[in-house]
Design a binder for this molecule. Structure first.
Ligand code: NAD
Ligand code: MG
Length: 300
């Protein structure tokens, strides 16, 4: 069987009925406590030198989509700095090991990005560790879906964290990264199907993701003249620690079942979109776009 067919089969076989066993963790959640363990492409992703010599900072690179992107980038020849919350040290170290096994340099950048100062320091640490920066992947994100839905359910501490993590931090990270990004560099934001098809339970989160779509287009326009491309990936339901850490356990049992493909995606199924958008050859004329990886949900 070809690599591609092998890979496709390995990624669909886990959960083709949709949903997962009921389970709950406290935020931010750890990979080791998930059942089943997500597939980040560890056994399947094959690199082709698409990011040779590139240096990428991936926020939330310890787990989930960020870990899959870190593994794929490293196998494509990149060095990777991994942003994460201090309580996720074990996940960050596991991701770093995958990057190093692929022959890349891994730089650990712990810090809570809700503070602007931490965002500035995180970029400085990543640049120092990598010796420069060519790719910024704004992937850290947070939501809270364990209370009453809609306006009545909004809790100030969660709304504050959602806005600061998903939106404010992206502005500060982009601002801090800009002086380091030469022509040919790129920024990739992680938005969501929630930007197009918002759930009442994720009122605040969905709004931040719609705002990130808007920011992506706006930044693409302003940074294009500097030769910097700006794009986004909009995932649908993906099996990552964010889900059991922030959702009611009952919702986990049907998570992803309502997509046209009838199941949640695995992080390893999202990573190739980030490789494409980062690739200076494949995506040389792609900027200001949002690439959906949604299992069939519409992104327009
Ligand atoms: P994940 O829990 O594996 O990753 C999210 C990461 O964000 C965490 O690992 C953590 O390191 C980081 N993070 C959160 N708050 C932070 C903070 N204040 N400071 C620093 N880091 C912080 O889950 P994931 O699903 O891979 O999430 C990655 C991105 O994908 C998020 O932006 C999320 O909104 C987005 N997304 C996820 C799904 C999904 O179904 N899993 C769908 C659409 C979009
Ligand atoms: Mg994590």
């Amino acid at each position: 069987m070809s690599d591609i067919a092998d890979r496709a089969e390995s990624l669909v076989r886990h959960d083709d009925q949709g949903g997962f066993p009921a389970q709950q963790q406290e935020p931010p959640g750890l990979t080791s406590r998930m059942d089943p363990t997500p597939d980040h492409g560890e056994e399947t992703y094959v690199g082709h030198g698409k990011l040779e010599g590139r240096r990428a900072f991936i926020t939330g690179g310890d787990s989930g989509i960020g870990r899959a992107v870190a593994i794929a980038y490293a196998r494509e020849g990149a060095d990777v700095a991994i942003g994460y919350l201090p309580s996720e040290q074990s996940d960050a170290e596991d991701t770093a090991e995958w990057v190093e096994n692929a022959g890349g340099t891994a730089v650990l950048v712990p810090g809570d990005l809700v503070e602007r100062q931490t965002c500035m320091r995180a970029v400085a640490d990543a640049v120092r560790g990598l010796g420069g920066l060519d790719i910024l992947v704004n992937n850290a994100g947070y939501h809270w879906d364990r209370g009453p839905e809609g306006l009545e359910g909004l809790q100030p501490e969660h709304v504050e964290r959602v806005m600061r993590t998903n939106l404010h931090a992206v502005l500060w990270l982009c601002q801090a990264a800009l002086p380091h990004l030469a022509p040919g560099s790129s920024i990739i934001n992680t938005t969501s199907i929630q930007a197009y098809d918002p759930s009442p339970a994720l009122l605040d989160y969905a709004a931040t993701k719609a705002a990130l779509n808007n920011l992506t287009v706006n930044l693409a326009a302003s940074l294009g003249p500097k030769g910097i491309r700006v794009n986004a990936v909009a995932p649908g339901p993906i099996w990552t620690p964010l889900q059991p850490a922030t959702r009611d356990s009952k919702k986990i049992e049907t998570f992803g079942a309502d997509t046209p493909l009838g199941r949640a995606g695995q992080p390893g199924e999202v990573a190739p979109a980030y490789v494409f958008l980062a690739s200076p050859a494949d995506a040389s004329y792609v900027s200001g776009t949002v690439l959906g990886v949604t299992g069939g949900g519409a992104v327009f």
